[in-house]
Design a protein around this ligand. Structure first.
Ligand SMILES: *Cc1c(COP(=O)(O)O)cnc(C)c1O
Length: 465
């Protein structure tokens, strides 16, 4: 691993960071007092901080570094493209080779007739595109009243005004006057937290049928689309009961609405297929992509659109675009990233080898005294923390306090594992080896043990009501 030595001492870097850098999804002043961890280099599934600690990255950055760090092929692809054509736009009757080649490749790997790509700089931007695209689609079809997009509570679809509106995060809606009009949220299929006395199977059906109820209540003539992550990621890796997706599919087949699969996390192998919608047996009209598209080496996202939507949109002037649509360097890197996935058979490795191995280890965490359910699909897993497994009790402490304590222990044990409320989640690089999975699990168990001891010491081992 290259060790970069030409930076200032950690404390000075932290001081400057606190003085001038505003962090996303953070309480700036608290972070400033504590000091952000400075990450300096990375290789494979390992990141290194400015103090020389080697940390196993159980989150693949932010769900994105699917092929792992330190890929020279991606470095070279970027350097070549920078030298040849660092930038050109595709607005004014022009195109370029990386845009053409990446689009052809995406049409090849995407299922069915998802053959057309509208690019963006990120997943959020791509979802903004989708809002305008589905509403324009129906307006062009002579049905301008079809404007409402149905989404789900606790979904994550990005942080722009459109993306955060589609998302179902209360904390995000509370800031800045969201959601925008004509977005409607049904409940999420989180049986552990919300299933009450229902069996998981009953609950899955009940939650799926909320979609049908919403279409009835809102009027089919007013509904443009339904958007969902095949497996909710940032909401806490919520794996729905088995009955959920087949029922959603039945409802979607029955009504004339467009289906958007937000594949920003699930796409490009994470669930053991190229796309998460294939894993859950659902065929979308539009897919949102980002993150794993370039393994995070360049910022790029987009919408993969089927023949029908593309032909309707193609008949009008779509007054929408970003300066960095199909950015040539990002496109060249994304293409090379997909080449790596194909040549190294990474998706097959996930499906047949490493995901089954991780699943066995991950599900065994359910034996830990603080762990309720342990859920995993492909290479995205979650555990629910609880003081009382049998009753699926929440902690009496504020939601997230216990998760935060465990996250801190992970940090101290050089493991990146996130908490979402009182769920702990992982999403490691897809190329992680079995030996590295063992390290990840070992550190996770140690962190849970230490976390549980601290929770007890702090008097927080107490069930709500
Ligand atoms: C991360 C994420 C987004 C937003 O992507 P950005 O690149 O952060 O804008 C959208 N949808 C899902 C499912 C995501 O996980």
């Amino acid at each position: 691993m290259t060790i970069i030595t030409n930076h200032m001492p950690t404390a000075e870097l932290q001081k400057l960071d606190a003085a001038h850098h505003m962090h996303p999804f953070s309480t700036q002043n608290e972070l400033a007092a504590k000091g952000a961890r400075v990450i300096t280099s990375a290789d494979g599934v390992w990141i290194q901080d400015s103090e020389g600690n080697k940390i196993i990255d159980g989150m693949a950055g932010l769900w994105c570094v699917n092929v792992g760090y330190g890929r020279d092929r991606l470095v070279q692809a970027a350097a070549r493209q920078m030298a040849e054509l660092p930038y050109y736009n595709t607005f004014f009757m022009t195109t370029h080779v990386p845009a053409i080649a990446l689009s052809q490749k995406l049409a090849e790997v995407a299922p069915g007739d998802l053959n057309h790509v509208f690019y963006a700089g990120s997943g959020s931007e791509a979802n903004d595109t989708n809002i305008r695209m589905v509403r324009t689609y129906w307006a062009e079809k002579g049905k301008p009243t079809k404007k409402i997009i149905i989404s789900r509570k606790n979904a994550y679809h990005g942080s722009t005004l459109g993306g955060a509106s589609l998302g179902g995060m209360g904390g995000m809606h509370a800031q800045g006057g969201l959601p925008i009009p004509d977005v409607y949220h049904i409940d999420q299929p989180n049986w552990w937290a919300e299933g009450g006395d229902m069996s998981p199977e009953e609950f899955g059906l009940e939650r799926a049928r909320q979609l049908e109820q919403a279409i009835h209540d809102l009027g089919e003539d007013n509904v443009a689309a339904f958007i969902a992550e095949p497996v909710q990621g940032a909401g806490g890796v919520i794996v729905p009961p088995e009955t959920y997706w087949p029922e959603i599919k039945r409802i979607c087949d029955k009504y004339e609405i467009l289906l958007i699969a937000d594949e920003v996390i699930c796409g490009f192998g994470r669930t053991g297929n190229w796309f998460g919608s294939e894993t859950v047996g659902w065929t979308p009209d539009i897919m949102t992509i980002a993150k794993g598209l370039s393994s995070g080496y360049q910022p790029i996202g987009g919408s993969i659109v089927n023949d029908e939507v593309a032909s309707v949109i193609g008949a009008c002037e779509f007054n929408h675009g970003y300066t960095y649509n199909a950015h040539p360097v990002a496109a060249a890197v994304a293409l090379e990233n997909i080449n790596i996935l194909q040549e190294e058979k990474v998706v097959e490795y996930v499906r047949d080898d490493i995901a089954p191995y991780l699943k066995q280890k991950w599900e065994a965490l359910a034996d830990h005294p603080m762990v309720g359910e342990a859920k995993i699909v492909g290479m995205m897993g979650s555990i629910a923390l609880t003081p009382h497994k049998e009753s699926r009790a929440k902690f009496a402490a504020d939601a997230g306090s216990v998760g935060y304590i465990c996250r801190e222990r992970c940090f101290a044990n050089n493991l990146i594992m996130r908490h979402v409320g009182d769920r702990m989640i992982i999403s490691p690089p897809l190329v992680i080896t079995r030996a590295e999975v063992d390290v990840l699990i070992e550190r996770a168990v140690k962190s849970l043990d230490e976390g549980m001891a601290r929770v007890k010491d702090a008097g927080l081992w107490e069930a709500a009501n």
